[in-house]
Design a protein around this ligand. Structure first.
Ligand SMILES: *Cc1c(COP(=O)(O)O)cnc(C)c1O
Length: 405
C-alpha cells in the first residue's frame, strides 16, 4: 500500500503506573529525619511532636473529625476499625460485592463473616439488597467501600441503617477528598479508613488512616495499633482518661506509621484539593470522548456527589467475552491500559468476588451482570488534558472496532 493511503492511527505511550514525584519539601524533611535517626513515631525528645502525630492532627483537621490514627496500611486501618468496634467471632459484616480484596480480607482477619451486597448499574451498593440482608442477618455493621469513588445516596443509606440499628464503617480508599451533599466522605459512620498506598490520592508507598469521633473506639484502636503505654502522645486521639478502662485489656497488634512516611505525606495533604481539581479535569476530558458512544454507558454521577476522578469506569451491557477481550487487546496495542471486571481469572487489581474463596459461597446475579460489562481505568496525574482526550479517543475507536466483530 502506498504510504499516502495508510490511515494514521494515533497511539499513546505514557505509563499508566507513573505517579507524580513526592514534593521536594517532603523529600528534604524525610532526609532530615533519616539523618536524625528518629524514625519511630514515639522516638521524640521531651516536648517534641513527632511527624506522625503532626500528620494525624492535620488529617483530622482536614476531615473535620475529632480523632485520627495513622497506620501501616488502609487494610490495617479497616482491620483495626473492625476490632475496635468490638466485632464478635463469626459475626456477619455486610460489605460490597464490588470492591477490592483488602476489604473482605480485613473482615476475615477480624474474625467476621463477609456478607456481600449487590451492586447497581451506577456501581454503588444496592440499597434494597442491603435492607433485605440487614433483616436476614441481623448484622450490626456495614463496611461500605466507596469503590472507585462512586458514592451511594448517603442520606438514604443512613436512614436504612438507622431503621435496623446498624453501624457504618466507611472504606474511603477512593474517596479521600470527596463529598456527599457537602459533607466529607469518611464522616458518615462510626469510623472511616483511608489508604496512602502509592495508587491512592496521597502516596507514601504504604500507609493509611483510621478516623472517628467515637472516643472509646479510637482509644481501643490506638492501643491495638501498638502504642504501648505511650498513648498520651496521640494528640489526635482521645484524652488519656479514655484509656483507663481498656489499656490492659486491649491487645497490641502493631501496625503503626513511621515518621518517614508521615514526612512525605504532610506536603501532599496540603495539595490534595488541588489534585482533586486536576483529577476531575482529566476525568471530564476522557468522559467527553466517551459520552455519546452507542452501547457504552457512563455511570450517572448524582449532583450531591463531589467525587474524585482518579479513575474512570464505563459499562457495556451485554458485551460478549470475545468482544471484551478484543477491546482490551485493541486498546493495549495502542497503549491504553483498560481493565475488565468480567474476566474469569482475577488479574492485577481487578477481581470478582468468587475469587475470594475464603468466604462462604455467595451468588449475586445482579453484580455478575454489572461486572461482566464493567471496564475500568486509572487516571495518573502525570497525564496532561490532551493525553486524556487522546486516551478517550483511543477507547472510543477501539470500542467501535471491537463491538463490530
Ligand atoms: C487500596 C484499597 C484499600 C486499602 O489498601 P491498602 O493497600 O491496604 O492500603 C482498601 N479498599 C480499597 C477499595 C482499595 O482500593
Amino acid at each position: 500500500m502506498p504510504e499516502s493511503l495508510e490511515i494514521a492511527v494515533e497511539s499513546f505511550d505514557k505509563s499508566f503506573t507513573q505517579q507524580e514525584p513526592i514534593p521536594e519539601v517532603g523529600i528534604a524533611r524525610a532526609i532530615e529525619i533519616m539523618r536524625g535517626g528518629r524514625l519511630h513515631r514515639y522516638n521524640v525528645n521531651q516536648g517534641e511532636t513527632s511527624e506522625t502525630t503532626t500528620l494525624e492532627n492535620k488529617f483530622a483537621n482536614y476531615l473535620g473529625v475529632d480523632y485520627c490514627l495513622a497506620c501501616a496500611s488502609g487494610g490495617y486501618a479497616m482491620l483495626t476499625a473492625l476490632r475496635a468496634f468490638g466485632l464478635w467471632a463469626g459475626e456477619s459484616v455486610l460489605t460490597n460485592a464490588l470492591t477490592l480484596s483488602p476489604v473482605p480480607g480485613a473482615i476475615h482477619a477480624a474474625g467476621g463473616k463477609a456478607v456481600l451486597v449487590e451492586t447497581t448499574d451506577q456501581l454503588v451498593l444496592d440499597l434494597d439488597d442491603l435492607h433485605r440482608k440487614l433483616g436476614e442477618t441481623s448484622s450490626r455493621l456495614l463496611l461500605i467501600s466507596h469503590m472507585r469513588g462512586h458514592i451511594v445516596d448517603m442520606d438514604a443509606l443512613l436512614t436504612i441503617l438507622d431503621r435496623h440499628g446498624a453501624s457504618l464503617i466507611e472504606d474511603c480508599a477512593h474517596t479521600m477528598g470527596a463529598f456527599w451533599g457537602g459533607r466529607p466522605s469518611g464522616t458518615f459512620g462510626i469510623a472511616a479508613c483511608f489508604s496512602t498506598q502509592t495508587y491512592k490520592h496521597i502516596n507514601s508507598g504504604e500507609g493509611g488512616f483510621l478516623t472517628s469521633n467515637d472516643r472509646d473506639l479510637m482509644a481501643r484502636a490506638v492501643i491495638l495499633s501498638g502504642s504501648y503505654m505511650l498513648y498520651d502522645q496521640h494528640t489526635a486521639g482521645p484524652a488519656p482518661e479514655a484509656y483507663a478502662d481498656i489499656r490492659l485489656d486491649t491487645p497490641n497488634c502493631s501496625g503503626r506509621m513511621d515518621n518517614l512516611r508521615a514526612a512525605i505525606l504532610l506536603p501532599q495533604l496540603s495539595c490534595l484539593d488541588d489534585r482533586v481539581c486536576r483529577w476531575n479535569e482529566r476525568y471530564h476530558a476522557i468522559e467527553s470522548e466517551l459520552g455519546n458512544v452507542d452501547g457504552l454507558k457512563m455511570p450517572l454521577r448524582p449532583p450531591q456527589e463531589q467525587f474524585v476522578g482518579s479513575s474512570i469506569q464505563f459499562l457495556v451491557p451485554g458485551i460478549s467475552t470475545s468482544q471484551a477481550n478484543a477491546l482490551l487487546a485493541t486498546c493495549k496495542k495502542r497503549g491504553v491500559d483498560l481493565k475488565w471486571f468480567g474476566a474469569v481469572e482475577p488479574r492485577g487489581y481487578t477481581s470478582h468476588y468468587s475469587s475470594w474463596r475464603y468466604l462462604s459461597t455467595q451468588t449475586l446475579p445482579q453484580t455478575d451482570r454489572v461486572l461482566h460489562g464493567l471496564f475500568d481505568m486509572r487516571i495518573p496525574l502525570t497525564f496532561s488534558i490532551d493525553d486524556c482526550h487522546l486516551v478517550g479517543r483511543i477507547i472510543r475507536e477501539s470500542f467501535n472496532v471491537s463491538l463490530s466483530l
